[in-house]
Design a protein around this ligand. Structure first.
Ligand code: SAH
Ligand code: SF4
Length: 372
């Protein structure tokens, strides 16, 4: 730590965005304040997007002074906004000297925010743009919930000044940069705020976590919170999955399927149905024989399949499957009575589609594909 960093460290205030309801209650208790104060502050933060204690009109003067001295409400700052022709928006948010990306996807009555859980990703999937960036660190709670807070604040400001009518966020997906289950404690704490009546008040059916299949993480998640789960399976057998997802060498398909079977038995959200994500890579995993193999693997697991046309990433030598091949694949899965949809591509013109989020990562781990 150099002198400048040390001085900043010593001056650091406690960021209230790092705390969920229970933690805030403890914090206010330590300040000698009643629980209702903590609830008031939460409402100011998450219902009014207020990050200045002086504007919290129902707090006593002395509490405002105390909070100003030791605490702050600090979300990442939006440093770049890109608008897609289809209405999708990509925001780059500043974290340290780096950037993470968050995507706003409006669609009829639903508005989804796709958020990041890590700066980069350490898992090196061969088809993914985030993987190419390498990995720096896990995001803390304020940096995760701060993405939602910042987006919601901006939508609210736009509405107030009647500039653009952007719809409030109804759904959140952990499908941005990073592997959420490698940052499970912070991710679950942020989800608690997303679901809380004093937080963003989203229904738990509307918050989805996507994972590459971190088996111990899936087991832990089931004991921590109940939300819909999506699994990036992407291959019908270990031979193919080992080649495109190095993590499969640690947690193979059988172990992942066993973990999701248990999760689904336990879960009430999404009626216990797990989403299976399957990115279609031409001549790698998109043959009709692969579709048969996939359907057989999934027998007995309550699930639906999302087929994802591969989004091109510079310097990655895959090709997106043709419409014919995608539809032939889909047709096979439907013969097994598995609900299957083809995921709509959103925001591709601004590189905001699945796997295209790259941000600016100061790489700590140089990854070679298949090196795990
Ligand atoms: N790390 C988590 C969540 C982030 S990725 C995970 O892997 O599940 C969100 C989804 O986009 C995953 O299903 C991922 O496999 C997929 N994806 C990655 N790169 C892609 C690409 N280039 N085209 C389409 N989907 C991609
Ligand atoms: Fe990480 Fe997910 Fe990309 Fe794989 S697909 S590298 S797990 S973000």
């Amino acid at each position: 730590m150099d002198l400048e960093e040390y001085i900043l460290y010593m001056q650091k205030k406690i960021n209230l965005l790092n705390m969920n309801k229970e933690e805030l209650l403890i914090f206010f208790d330590k300040l000698g304040e009643k629980p209702f104060r903590s609830h008031q502050v939460m409402r100011w933060i998450y219902h009014h997007y207020c990050d200045n204690f002086n504007y919290m009109t129902n707090l006593s003067k002395s509490l405002k002074i105390k909070l100003n001295q030791i605490a702050e409400i600090r979300a990442p700052i939006i440093v770049k906004e890109q608008l897609s022709l289809d209405g999708t928006i990509k925001w780059a948010m500043q974290i340290d000297k780096q950037q993470i990306e968050t995507v706003y996807i409006p669609e009829n009555k639903r508005t989804t925010l796709c958020i990041s859980s890590q700066i980069g990703c350490p898992l090196g999937c061969s088809f993914c743009g985030t993987a190419q960036q390498g990995f720096n660190r896990n995001l803390n709670v304020s940096e995760i919930i701060g993405q939602v807070w910042r987006a919601a604040q901006l939508i609210n400001i736009n509405k107030k000044i009647n500039m653009i009518n952007r719809f409030p966020i109804t759904n959140i997906v952990f499908m941005g940069m990073g592997e959420p289950l490698l940052n499970i404690v912070n991710v679950v704490s942020a989800i608690k705020i997303i679901l809380d009546e004093l937080g963003f008040k989203l229904s738990k059916r509307h918050v989805t976590l996507s994972t590459s299949g971190i088996v111990p993480g899936i087991a832990k998640l089931k004991d921590m919170i109940d939300i819909p789960l999506a699994i990036s399976l992407h291959a019908p057998n270990d031979l193919i999955r080992n080649k495109i997802m190095p993590i499969n060498k640690k947690y193979n398909i059988n172990s992942v399927l066993e973990a999701i079977r248990k999760y689904s038995t336990h879960s009430k959200s999404n009626y216990g149905k797990i989403t299976i994500e399957y990115v279609l890579l031409k001549n790698i995993n998109d043959d009709v024989l692969h579709a048969h193999q996939l359907a057989k693997q999934l027998q007995g697991i309550p699930c639906k399949i999302n087929l994802i046309p591969w989004n091109p990433i510079p310097n990655i030598q895959y090709t997106c499957s043709s419409q014919n091949r995608i539809h032939a694949f889909l047709k096979v899965l439907l013969t097994y009575n598995i609900t299957t949809i083809i995921r709509k591509i959103r925001g591709a013109d601004i590189n905001a589609a699945c796997g295209q989020l790259t941000g600016e990562v100061m790489n700590r781990i140089q990854l070679r594909h298949n090196s795990l």
